[in-house]
Design a protein around this ligand. Structure first.
Ligand SMILES: *[C@@H]1O[C@H](CO)[C@@H](O)[C@H](O)[C@H]1NC(C)=O
Ligand SMILES: *[C@@H]1O[C@H](CO)[C@@H](O)[C@H](O)[C@H]1NC(C)=O
Length: 336
């Protein structure tokens, strides 16, 4: 009976709203962005089903009320140490940013920290996750708590089956993996084939980095042919998780994207449009290591952000600050 209910729920979700989770990161390192109400309306008009916020903001959360968008809510890295050491601070964080919006905003995950492992604040991540989870439970709320890592947590990523966490990251990541596995909560990972390509454009085939459906296999690994780098990186993460006790642990791609300008190798509107549209069509199919398991994915980012460092960093947006498209992404293709 329980199984039947679960299967039915899954079908209902998918037939109503397409594949969950082609989302877009709502970055705000800019001084010229539209109001949150306009931005959320733009998400909906563009058929984007999910949004990731890098920090909690009650004005933005208010704008999300009743929107139906799935929301990934991040903590500020600067707050991690206190979230880790002070349970009452975690409780007030939940009271301020979660409780008032429960029921009206569809929170998918809370991520404690973004790309802080390995590093000075890495040891705060797990205690912060635990304090947030306890605070949520005490408030009668159930939102999965996780963290977002960069692929720099990997010490080995090639070929994908050799994926493993680095010696620097493993002592922090392994207990986090156990914690996530105990509740079945996915780990969030930022995956950027662009930076691998731009660091070495003469040896990385562009169509492999762009997820072009017509790319030929650039990597063969234990009989599996990889025709796109996104899958290869993700499967290296899967392999690393399996070695660290996270067999079957889910992975959400919390950031990926391609710049449309800014001077880096391969940074162009044409390539960015190919990457994002290929991604939307591809992620529903899973990876060679986890075939058929749709990858919940968030594109970076909604807007070009003028206060980010100069160069490609300012050119990852799907939209200009005036809400005109940098290039078109057909998000409705995600459900087909
Ligand atoms: C959103 O999806 C609908 C239904 O598939 C489609 O008609 C519409 O053109 C899409 N809008 C955009 C901006 O892609
Ligand atoms: C680490 O935490 C400290 C204290 O909260 C903060 O000032 C610093 O910005 C954090 N470092 C990073 C890299 O986020």
């Amino acid at each position: 009976m329980a199984l039947w209910v679960t299967a039915c729920g899954v079908l209902l979700c998918c037939s109503l709203s397409g594949v969950e989770g082609i989302g877009v990161n709502y970055g705000m390192i800019a001084d010229n962005l539209p109001s949150p109400e306009k931005v959320i309306a733009l998400y909906r008009a563009s058929n984007i089903t999910d949004v990731r916020l890098f920090h909690p903001d009650t004005t933005v959360l208010d704008a999300l009320r009743g929107s139906g968008l799935g929301v990934v809510l991040g903590t500020l890295n600067e707050d991690l140490a206190r979230l880790a050491s002070d349970a009452s601070f975690a409780a007030s964080w939940v009271q301020k940013y979660v409780q008032p919006f429960a029921g009206a905003v569809r929170l998918r995950y809370i991520n404690a920290g973004n790309e802080v492992i390995p590093g000075d604040n890495a040891s705060s991540v797990l205690p912060a996750m635990k304090n947030l989870e306890s605070a949520l439970r005490a408030a009668g709320l159930s939102v999965p708590v996780t963290t977002a890592v960069a692929t720099s947590v990997l010490g080995s990523s090639f070929p994908p089956s050799e994926g493993a966490f680095s010696e620097a990251a493993l002592p922090t990541v392994a207990p986090i993996v156990s914690f996530l596995a105990s509740s079945g909560t996915p780990m969030l990972v930022n995956v950027y084939p662009y930076f691998a390509y731009s660091a070495d454009p003469s040896s990385v085939p562009l169509d492999y980095a762009l997820q072009s459906p017509s790319a030929s296999a650039a990597v063969t690994d234990g009989g599996v042919a990889y025709t796109n780098m996104f899958d290869a990186i993700l499967d290296a993460v899967h392999a690393a998780l399996e070695k660290a006790g996270g067999q079957g642990l889910g992975v959400v791609v919390s950031e990926t994207g391609w710049p449309s300008g800014g001077g880096g190798a391969g940074a162009s509107v044409e390539n960015a449009a190919s990457y994002s549209n290929n991604l939307v069509r591809h992620v529903g199919h899973g990876t060679p290591r986890r075939p058929g398991k749709a990858v919940e994915t968030y594109i970076f980012a909604m807007f070009n952000e003028n206060r980010k460092p100069e160069g490609v960093e300012q050119h990852f947006g799907l939209f200009q600050p005036d809400m005109s498209e940098v290039y078109h992404v057909d998000f409705s293709a995600a459900s087909s």
